[in-house]
Structure formats: C-alpha cells, structure tokens
Design a protein around this ligand. Structure first.
Ligand code: PHE
Length: 455
C-alpha cells in the first residue's frame, strides 16, 4: 500500500502530544463523573475489579489496534477502513466499523454536552459563593432545582456545545495542543487536593473499602456489561476517536508503550476520583448509588466545608469542563474528518452543521431530567438512559469487537509489523490478545447479559 506519512488534517507535533491528546480524549466525564456513580450503583469493589480486568485484557489491545489501523490509513476512520479493506481484499462490510463509530460518537456527544454543561454551571455557582457553608440537604436541593429547570440545562448545554464547536472548527492541532498541556496536569493536582480532603473527612476507610472490597454478590448481572462498557467509554474506544487521532500520530513512535501510558493515566484518574468521592459520601451519610448526580452533590459538599472552598471549587469545575471539552472534540473527529475528506468541505462549516444537529438531539437528554423523566423507551430507560445504554453498552463494545477481529484476523501481518515493529513481543502479546482474548471477553459478556435477560 502506498503509505502516506502525514495526514491532510494535520499532525501531532510529537509523541508526547499524541499521548496528551489521546489522554485528553480518554480523561473526561467518564472518569470523574461516570466511573464513581456507576461503581456506586453496581456495588463498588467487585465492579472495580471487573472494570480493571476489562481495561487490561480488552482496552489496551483494542486501543493498540485502533492506533495502528488509524496510523496505517492516515485518514478518517471510515476512509481508513475503506483503504485497508481494499488492501486486504476483505469484505466491504468491515467499513461498518467506521460508520457505526461516527454515529456512536455523535450520540454520545449529544448527552455529553448536557452533562458537561452542568459542570460549567457548577463552576459559576462555586465562584459566586453559593455553596459556601452549605450542608448536604442544601447541596442536594440545589442540584434537584437545577435539573427541574430545562431552560437552565439548555443554556449551559448550548454554551458547552458552542465552545466545543469553536475549538473543533479551528482545527484540532492548534487550539487543542495548548489547552491539553495546561489543563491535564492542573486537573490532576486538584484531584489530589480533593483526595487529601477525603482522607481527612472521616469516611476514608469506609470509602476505600467500598471501592476495593471484593464482594461478588453486590455486582448485578448487568454490572459486568456496564464495566465493559465503561472500559470502552473511558478509554474512548470502539468508535474511532483513537483511530482518528492515530492517523495524526508521528510515524516513528512506538504504539505499545504509548498506549500503555494513556491507559494507565486514564485508570489512575478514575481511581483517584473514586477515592476522592466515596469517603465524602460516607462521611456525610449520602447514598453511594445516587446515580448521575453523585459528583454534583458530593464534590460541592466537600468544597462547601473546606477553607477556600469557593476558590478550589471553581477551579475544579472549570477543569472538569476542560477535561470534558478535550473529550468532546474527539467525539466529533471521526464524522468530521470523513465529511471534510468526502466533500472536500471546509472544516469550520462541517463542524458547525454537525454541532447544531448534535445540540438538537441533546435536547432529548435535557428533557430526560425533568418533563420526560418518566417517559421510557428501551428497557424501561428514559431518553437519556436509552441513548447512553445503546451507545456505551452496545455500540462501543460491538465496534471494539469488530476492530479487534479486523486487526487480528484480516489485516495483513505485514501492515501490523510495519506499525508495531517486528519484535517477537508483537506475536507474543498483541496478536493473541486481539485475536482471542479481547473478542472472547466481549462476546462472553454479551452472551452473559443476553442469557440473563432471557432467563
Ligand atoms: N473517554 C471520554 C471520557 O471518559 C469519553 C469519550 C468516549 C470520548 C468515546 C471519546 C470517545 O469522558
């Protein structure tokens, strides 16, 4: 195959910037907002163990597969799959990986923008001193009132989507690289500050035990599927975001070690977020299974009680918003890059059109927290629950399964070696994982949930 060594969309300026960009995509609401609440809903410890297994056995090999596919194609995931299919003389059906991914990214962004909007609102409320000295009841009350008002949610969702589209329109490399360099370390430092507070909150032992206590009975049947879905979601896998970013990765950096750093960073941040949140939950007699509101109740409560809480609280929510933006941007990249290539279109124009459609779809999520809360679609879930479940628990694992199968069985060995190097390590580690282990895990989890929902 005639190899392109650069992408028309731009290139990351170094390996480090690729790591930061991919980590910027990976680290987001999935780590700080979602991981603690789904761990809480699924019983804590056993969930965390299954989740970690999913990251190592499924997440890392699939992330390597995405980067290597993307870098060998150097175009959007849909066109990369087209190129690779022709090259491997394989069925054009594999291109569905690209299409399903672009769609999944779009669905995820529709609700991601709403939740990220909450973080923006909380940043402003923190700065205004609204929470200073508030107790648990007042903090929960503020959150409930906020959710009950669709216009408020709509306002903050619109603001977040506008900021995202603005950056996306300017091009990933220019705006993004600078922001990531600054915000990722700052977010991490703040999480550590929160962790320090949690340690002294009086609930640390209980919070720690909740996260690491190994109790299988607490993990519902569905919990295993949720853990797998979370591993995909938090690592941005299964929908082509990492494939798209891989297309802009410098040719000479090693894929294996890069991917391991990204996955470790992402996992570390999720665990630290959990260890910062659960002790505060227990110290204040809150509910660990509180659901999507968990972060928006416990974190403001901690800041309400601590010295300079308004200041730290503001910084914290601003940083969460930035972590969310660096993820949101990557959610648009597969569809955006494809449309730019296909129609030779102006990036800014495509970004705005995509953004507006996604924003409209997001209104369904806005209403899911008030007027439409009780209207159920698939499996007794409301609009938000349905979009979230379908994209995260079905589309991402399915996309990941197909990516693993394609990289493991269809892609010519020559291409794999060209990308990963011909060290015996590739054959010993990567191939068995993408060929057997990762697909078997995803299939087993699918079969298990199907079986248990039928019986
Ligand atoms: N990984 C992001 C997070 O944890 C979400 C995301 C999913 C981003 C899929 C891109 C693709 O918040």
């Amino acid at each position: 195959m005639a190899e392109a060594s650069v992408s028309r969309h731009g290139m990351w300026s170094s390996r480090l910037l690729f790591v930061l960009a991919a980590a910027g995509s990976a680290v987001g609401l999935g780590n700080i907002w979602k991981f603690p609440y789904i761990a809480g809903e699924n019983g804590g410890g056993a969930f965390v163990v299954v989740y970690l297994l999913c990251v190592v056995l499924v997440g890392i090999p699939i992330m390597m597969a995405e980067v290597l596919l993307g870098r060998s194609g150097r175009v959007s995931p849909i066109n990369t799959m087209r190129k690779l299919v022709i090259n491997a003389k394989a069925s054009p059906l594999w291109v569905l990986i690209g299409w399903m991914g672009a769609l999944a990214g779009f669905l995820i962004l529709s609700y991601y923008g709403v939740i990220a909007g909450w973080a923006l609102y909380y940043g402003v409320e923190m700065a205004s001193g609204h929470f200073t000295g508030a107790d648990a009841a007042a903090v929960s009350g503020t959150f409930d009132d906020f959710l009950a008002n669709p216009w408020q949610l709509l306002f903050w969702q619109t603001l977040f989507m506008a900021m995202t589209i603005f950056i996306v329109a300017r091009g990933v490399v220019r705006g993004l690289e600078v922001a990531i360099r600054l915000f990722m370390p700052a977010l991490f430092i703040l999480l550590v500050v929160l962790l320090g507070y949690a340690v002294t909150s009086g609930g640390f032992a209980e919070g720690f035990a909740f996260m690491f206590h190994f109790d299988w009975s607490a993990l519902g049947v569905d919990g295993v599927l949720v853990a797998l879905g979370q591993a995909f979601f938090t690592l941005s896998l299964g929908m082509g975001a990492i494939m798209a970013y891989g297309a802009y990765m410098p040719a000479n950096s090693s894929i294996g070690s890069t991917v391991v750093s990204i996955a470790s960073l992402d996992t570390l941040i999720a665990i630290v977020a959990g260890l910062a949140i659960f002790p505060i939950v227990f110290a204040n007699a809150l509910e660990p299974g509180e659901g999507p509101g968990l972060m928006f109740v416990t974190i403001p409560l901690a800041f309400a009680q601590m010295p300079f809480g308004a200041l730290f609280g503001t910084i914290f929510f601003v940083l969460v918003s930035f972590a969310a933006i660096t993820s949101a941007i990557s959610l648009t990249e597969p569809a955006l890059a494809y449309l730019v290539e296909q129609y030779n279109a102006n990036r800014a124009r495509v970004a705005i059109s995509l953004g507006v459609i996604c924003w409209l779809l997001g209104i369904g999520t806005v209403l899911s927290f008030n007027h439409w809360e009780q209207i159920t679609l698939v499996g007794g879930q409301n609009f938000f629950g349905t979009v979230d479940y379908l994209s995260q628990n079905i589309m991402l694992p399915l996309g990941g399964l197909l990516i693993a199968l394609f990289a493991g069985w269809v892609l010519p060995r020559m291409v794999t070696e060209e990308q990963l190097g011909s060290s015996p390590w590739v054959a010993r580690f990567f191939l068995p994982l993408v060929r057997y282990v990762a697909p078997a895990c995803v299939l087993a989890v699918f079969a298990y949930t199907l079986y248990s929902s039928l019986t």
